[in-house]
Design a protein around this ligand. Structure first.
Ligand code: COA
Length: 320
């Protein structure tokens, strides 16, 4: 028995911010951003993460009875509030009245793959029959718009999939992590309230911070190794894989991974030109678009893969 993706959906905010828009507020250019990253524009949400996540879920559930969902898992590191969590907000919008569990999962940009594997384990253990997994991040509210090497990379968006048991689907998964000794990726939690019994609150606004070149090297290394490990332990070669649906961080990372796997860069699907890095949403948005456009067809073998803060990484080999 396997776990199959039976439906998908995605949501992109309508507000488009181009590289030229960034060049108006900081010392950068469309040429620099395009050449170093492949990104031309990104979307910024003007409502909330719950708005994005809920609309991606509604799209995924367009032919599915909401009340048939047994559990909702939301991968995010940018919920609108700690309580209620993002998955609880999605359930509220869907108005699912059955007493189903909902919870958020944070594995930074790898979150969707971790949520997918969590759902896979629940379904294989026959704990839940049908699970909604959402990956949704509102990166724009964490960005320091005076930091030109980080703020230009990210966008907002949401993707969702519905999973249930089938004779085909997720074949194998690798999840992993390494110690982030140099704080290559961080977003600290600001003190919310002064505690009269302990130290004074810092009351400092915290931004997303990144050491770009360290993350770049980590990403190229783990994408290459994780795909090779998945292929080896399933006795497959890269030629057996129709497409790689990777986290969308930088086109150069995808090109280098393709080169090191000795395959065409066209095997790595991409949409980062239009959306930038949408963190937990990158993989499910690209997956949904590729399924809806008929690029990924029934019975295709794909690898979904993501990497990010923690440091974390994960990949699944899937038969569609
Ligand atoms: N516009 C113009 N110049 C910029 C710039 C921008 N937006 N951002 C940085 N620069 C400058 C730097 O200040 C530096 O100038 P200097 O040489 O005078 O110091 C120069 O460009 C080169 O910077 P560097 O950091 O070496 O560039 P890079 O080729 O490594 O590209 C990233 C930077 C951030 C695009 C790249 O490292 C990257 O994509 N890393 C991975 C990030 C990632 O994937 N994060 C998410 C993981 S989930």
């Amino acid at each position: 028995m396997k776990t199959r993706i039976i439906a998908s959906g995605s949501y992109l905010p309508s507000k488009v911010v181009t590289n030229d828009d960034f060049a108006k507020i900081m010392d950068t250019s469309d040429e620099w951003i395009s050449q170093r990253t492949g990104i031309k524009e990104r979307r910024f949400e003007e409502d909330s993460n719950a708005h994005m996540a809920s609309y991606a879920a509604i799209k995924a559930l367009e032919n599915i009875d909401y009340e048939s969902i047994d559990c909702i898992i939301a991968a995010t590191y940018t919920p609108d509030s700690y309580i209620p969590g993002l998955a609880a907000e999605v359930r509220k919008t869907l108005n699912i009245r059955r007493p189903i569990p909902t919870f958020d999962l944070n594995a930074a940009c790898s979150g969707f793959i971790f949520a997918l594997e969590t759902a896979n384990a629940y379904i294989k253990a026959k704990i839940y029959k049908r699970i909604l997994v959402v990956g949704s991040d509102m990166n724009s509210k964490t960005l320091d718009f005076t930091d030109r090497s980080t703020s230009i990379l990210f966008g907002d968006g949401a993707g969702a999939v519905v999973l249930e048991a089938s004779d085909k689907g997720i074949i194998d998964t690798i999840l992993g992590g390494e110690i982030d000794r140099d704080s290559s990726l961080s977003l600290k939690v600001s003190d919310m309230q002064t505690n009269p019994f302990t130290k004074d609150a810092l009351n400092k606004v915290e931004y997303f911070e990144m050491n770009g070149s360290e993350v770049f090297k980590f990403a190229v290394r783990v994408v290459n190794k994780t795909i090779k490990d998945l292929l080896t332990r399933n006795k497959l070669s890269i030629d057996d894989i129709d497409y790689v649906v990777s986290h969308q961080a930088n086109q150069r990372i995808l090109n280098m991974a393709a080169r090191s796997l000795k395959t065409s860069k066209d095997k790595f699907l991409t949409n980062l030109e239009y959306y930038g890095n949408t963190s937990s949403a990158s993989v499910p948005i690209l997956l949904d678009e590729s399924l809806r456009k008929g690029i990924i067809k029934e019975n295709a073998k794909i690898i979904v893969i993501a990497f990010g803060g923690g440091l974390s990484y994960g990949a699944s080999l899937i038969e569609i």
